[in-house]
Design a protein around this ligand. Structure first.
Ligand code: FE
Ligand code: FE
Ligand code: ZN
Length: 277
């Protein structure tokens, strides 16, 4: 089973690998830079080499880099869109230091321009930054649909993938809290939600799962993550997610609110203990 959590990249790739081992993870997610979007630290080749050695030794699965939250590819403001392109392109260039992994981003918020205009701007951004030769797979994250967020409907993700020139090489990261908050009933009808995802996007595009419980009921459009089993989705539904035949081979990344590594270690141990053969 490939399972891990979101870890701090403050101590470099070496620190990420150390923390992953400490929590019993074989995958992890991290921010490429300050989540608010500041400059990224320069890559240290020795740090990367150390990480790659641990990853090989421990048979790590794919690591997932998360773009900063301030990256809004479909902003109404040209400056914000330019910033999004710069950060996106820079992150993808840096990811080639750890080839063959995943980069996840939020489609963004269209802020009054409308979903269609937002989708077109996201596709333009992708066309400006994706390179046919890159080894990183870029993932669109399923969103809760709060405010003017794009990506709360599977149809919107599909349209972005269709419009971007290299969209055929991209994938999707399904966030359980977000899809629940967007109104897809993962707890009551997981098969139905996956059937819908397959019909609209194609199940082969699903490359990663953000495993979170939700502080709010189905369709609330809030996006507030809860610890596993402490929210409205509930432990049993999340156990069904990690064991579902269409999902079980994907990497699972916890983004639950925890105060220390111990919290994630406990969640990872719990989910591993509930994994069926
Ligand atoms: Fe996210
Ligand atoms: Fe997420
Ligand atoms: Zn979220």
């Amino acid at each position: 089973m490939l399972i891990g959590c979101h870890l701090s990249a403050a101590a470099g790739f070496r620190g990420l690998a150390r923390d992953a081992v400490a929590v019993g993870a074989n995958v992890f997610q991290f921010f490429t830079r300050n989540p608010q979007g500041g400059a990224a630290k320069p890559i240290d080749p020795a740090d990367v080499a150390d990480f790659l050695a641990t990853a090989r030794e421990r048979s790590f699965g794919p690591i997932l880099a998360h773009a900063p939250y301030t990256l809004n590819a479909c902003s109404a403001k040209p400056d914000t869109r330019r910033f999004a392109r710069e950060v996106f392109a820079d992150d993808l260039a840096r990811m080639e230091n750890v080839p063959g992994n995943l980069y996840n981003f939020h489609p963004g918020s269209h802020v009054g321009q409308g979903v269609e205009a937002g989708i077109a701007l996201v596709a333009d951004t992708l066309d400006a930054v994706l390179r046919p030769e890159q080894s990183t797979t870029v993932l669109l994250e399923t969103m809760s649909g709060k405010g003017s967020e794009v990506g709360g409907r599977f149809e919107e993700l599909r349209e972005i993938l269709d419009r971007a020139r290299l969209g055929g090489r991209m994938g999707v990261c399904l966030d359980t809290c977000h899809v629940w908050d967007a109104g897809y009933d993962l707890a009551g009808d997981l098969d139905g939600v996956l059937r819908e995802f397959d019909r609209v996007v194609g199940i082969d595009r699903l490359r990663a799962v953000h495993l979170n419980d939700s502080k709010n009921p189905l369709g609330s459009r809030k996006d507030r993550h809860a610890r596993i089993g402490e929210g409205f989705i509930g432990l049993e539904a999340l156990v069904r997610v990690v064991n579902h035949p269409l999902l079980r081979d994907l990497p699972f990344y916890l983004e639950t609110p925890q105060d220390s590594l111990d919290g994630w270690a406990a969640e990872i141990a719990l989910l591993k203990s509930r994994r069926t053969a």
